[in-house]
Design a protein around this ligand. Structure first.
Ligand code: APR
Ligand code: PHB
Length: 389
């Protein structure tokens, strides 16, 4: 089989890219390791920057997001028993959209299916080949039958554990990484959120986050140990611990109920450079990950895809490789700023075992500074709503 762009991975990066390429008249095929249902069962973040919502609308799959998504004009920071609101809209003129990644993935899959584009799910042993030359191709197998897709380009949208980044020669890749000594235990529950907006809470017992998926569905997180396990936490224990970490008025307002999803995510920052190896291009988590504190993972996937689509469209429409040549540096310039922001929000709000009294005083001073300075608040807001593409 032959296509123009062979895409590995049907997460948000692969699906967004496939849809944008299709609308630019560029043929593409997606090859995904797991089943469609498996992709849709993964619970991930849910905060979209305006740049990401623009990119999603450009795919034609933004209708349900605009109907059901919740625009948020601000969020709260809580610490030392206090709460203060960061007015994103007043500080930046922008807002964010609460819309779950799972819903977005479903919308993009349905748009892809409606357009009749080919996706191979449950593909085993996916392997990119010959991307150093002019004729790259993918091999994989479906139900034991060998398959091959030849393309002009391969897009590695296969997440942090994917095969594409690992296929580049070791000497060609540098990975910059930071591992934080904590995880996030998250639950989903069919209960109304404690507040209209998100609350990020720093507390001596550890970080907590009150988020949501809709007006009736809440997403809550508490910082936990890296070796903690979901089985250690009954719903009751989770709710008790969450309430302990929130200011009293917020704690009292929490509506509890049975959770229907519970999982632990570890906190890690990682960037692979470059994002291009000949005719293989990385986008999204395949190239970089962030700790979830700044809600940047999905948004970086959207900006990478925006740049990569523009570059590929320029290649086919104008016979120019300027965009492809600039892709890695252009994407990385934005990625590093989001990495910096995610790291700084993580360090601001968590308690890590290796933090001494000095670190904790600095943390407190920074929160006081944010609460008391419009300049500091504006800098945080500018990053939270997303730096321009
Ligand atoms: N072959 C084919 N597909 C693969 C392979 C492989 N060897 N390895 C992984 N995949 C698939 C995964 O099953 C997944 O569906 O690639 C997809 C990658 O999707 P994501 O991990 O969602 O990454 P991305 O699309 O870049 O989206 C980034 O999603 O993961 C979150 O927190 C992340 O919000 C961020 C956003
Ligand atoms: C989420 O709703 O899952 C969420 C929200 C904000 C974050 C991280 C996760 O910073």
């Amino acid at each position: 089989m032959r296509t123009q762009v062979a895409i590995v991975g049907s997460g948000p990066s692969g699906l967004l890219l496939g849809q944008l390429l299709h609308l630019s008249g560029i043929d593409n095929v997606i090859v995904e390791r797991v089943s469609r249902d498996h992709v849709l069962s993964r619970v991930r973040a849910g905060i979209l920057e305006e740049g990401a919502t623009d990119t999603i609308r450009a795919t034609g799959a933004g209708e349900r997001m605009d109907r059901e998504g919740l625009p948020h004009d601000g969020f709260e920071l809580a610490f030392s028993g206090r709460r203060f609101r960061l007015d994103l809209h007043a500080l930046t003129g922008k807002r964010v959209m609460v819309y779950g990644q799972t819903e977005l993935t479903l919308d993009l899959m349905e748009a892809r299916e409606a357009a009749g584009l080919e996706t191979f799910y449950a593909a085993d042993n996916v392997q990119p080949h010959d991307f150093d030359g002019d004729n790259p191709y993918l091999t994989f197998s479906i139900d034991g039958a060998d398959q091959r897709i030849d393309g002009d380009f391969i897009a590695g949208c296969d997440g942090h554990h994917g095969v594409c980044r690992k296929s580049a020669p070791d000497a060609a890749v540098t990975v910059y990484e930071k591992v934080y000594p904590a995880g996030w235990l998250g639950i989903l529950a069919e209960v109304p959120p404690v507040s209209e907006e998100l609350i990020y809470a720093g507390h001596p017992r550890g970080f907590a986050l009150c988020s949501m998926r809709s007006r009736t569905r809440s997403r809550y997180y508490i910082q936990c140990a890296v070796d903690d396990r979901v089985d250690n936490w009954s719903d009751e224990a989770f709710w008790d611990e969450l309430r302990r970490r929130l200011p009293p008025d917020a704690a009292e307002a929490v509506t509890t109920g049975p959770s229907f999803e519970k999982s632990i995510a570890l906190l890690r920052s990682s960037v692979a450079e470059p994002m291009r190896f000949g005719r293989l291009f990385l986008a999204g988590d395949a190239g970089h990950i962030v700790p979830p504190t700044g809600a940047k993972g999905l948004n970086l996937a959207a900006s990478d895809v925006h740049y990569l689509h523009e570059a590929l469209a320029e290649h086919y429409a104008e016979n120019s490789d300027a965009g492809l040549d600039a892709y890695s540096a252009r994407a990385l310039a934005r990625i590093w700023k989001a990495e910096r922001f995610s790291w700084s929000m993580t360090m601001l709000l968590h308690r890590f075992a290796d933090m001494g009294d000095f670190d904790l005083r600095v943390q407190r001073a920074e929160l006081d500074y944010l609460a008391g300075s419009d300049h500091a608040a504006a800098a945080m807001a500018e990053n939270y709503v997303g730096l321009p593409y």
